[in-house]
Ligand binder design. Structure first.
Ligand SMILES: Cc1cc2nc3c(=O)[nH]c(=O)nc-3n(C[C@H](O)[C@H](O)[C@H](O)COP(=O)(O)OP(=O)(O)OC[C@H]3O[C@@H](n4cnc5c(N)ncnc54)[C@H](O)[C@@H]3O)c2cc1C
Length: 249
């Protein structure tokens, strides 16, 4: 996002949807002029820190969009930061500065089959992706959640199987998404792959994909959404270094 347009939005509702996922519905006058059809696009939540320091920013996905509201689903994680902490205690009438929306990164729909993988931070984007796929789409979605009660009802094509994996404590050496994906059949024809998750988990998945399957860039989206032991600012740096060491394609 170059220079994100900033707007002040108002909390309309604040709802715990599963034990580790909290939905904040944002609206109010500030939403006027927000572009339509932005489900799965990202926004930046902006937390000012006074005159001296630049504001903190946190990245989130638009889960649903209605005429006068957007839903944003926040993972409630162990070491809460400004965004998750804000969401957990958000009350109707609270206000928040929001930048964006940034570009949507939907899975390539022109493919013979589909593979989606992600953890709870990507569940909002995966949910939008699955609902947008054609009815006859086939393939797999692998979703890592903290607790069995964090499963959500998802709209998805009948022949696209959803696999939930439970991981209450992500650790830097764990590769639960890769372990599950490796055990699934690699179907015939051109796949489209979409994955977003923790940094280490993303790298393991990307390495395996590169070593074992040829997926053209047009059909591949693999991204990290957070990093164990780093705030979003530290994660951004790690991502930048990773992009230099491992250029796309
Ligand atoms: C394009 C994009 C879209 C995203 N969409 C969403 C979304 O819709 N919903 C969502 O919840 N997240 C989403 N994320 C991830 C989110 O931006 C990060 O998790 C962010 O670090 C959370 O900010 P925070 O203020 O809660 O914690 P921070 O201040 O960034 O970090 C505080 C501590 O919490 C840890 N931490 C951060 N995230 C997690 C986590 N998920 N699990 C366990 N520990 C964590 C950090 O490692 C750090 O130790 C998205 C990220 C990207 C890049």
């Amino acid at each position: 996002m170059g220079k994100p347009e900033k707007r002040e939005l108002e909390v309309v509702r604040s709802t715990r949807i599963t034990p580790h996922m909290h939905r904040v519905t944002l609206g109010g006058e500030g939403l006027a002029g927000f572009p339509a059809d932005q489900e799965s696009a990202y926004i930046k939540l902006i937390f000012p820190r006074g005159e001296e320091e630049s504001p903190l920013m946190r990245t989130y996905t638009i889960r649903h969009q209605r005429a006068t509201e957007i839903d944003v689903d926040f993972v409630l994680h162990e070491h809460m930061g400004p965004a998750s902490g804000w969401a957990a205690s958000a009350r109707p009438g609270d206000r928040i500065l929001v930048g964006g929306p940034g570009a949507k990164k939907l899975i390539q729909p022109q493919a013979d089959w589909f593979l989606l993988a992600g953890d709870m931070t990507a569940l909002p984007a995966i949910s939008v992706n699955l609902a947008a796929l054609p009815d006859d789409a086939r393939g797999h979605a692998v979703i890592e959640i903290a607790d069995p009660a964090d499963k959500q009802p998802l709209v998805h094509p009948d022949n696209l199987q959803v696999h939930w994996i439970i991981n209450p404590r992500p650790d830097p050496t764990g590769t639960p998404l890769l372990d599950k994906v490796q055990g699934l059949p690699w179907l015939d024809g051109q796949p489209a792959v979409w994955a977003a998750c923790e940094f280490g988990s993303m790298r393991a998945l990307r390495r395996w994909l590169k070593q074992t399957h040829e997926v053209p860039r047009s059909h591949l989206y693999v991204s990290s959404y957070w990093k164990i032991g780093q705030t979003e600012d530290g994660h951004k740096l790690a991502k930048r270094q990773d992009a230099m060491a491992e250029p796309a394609g």
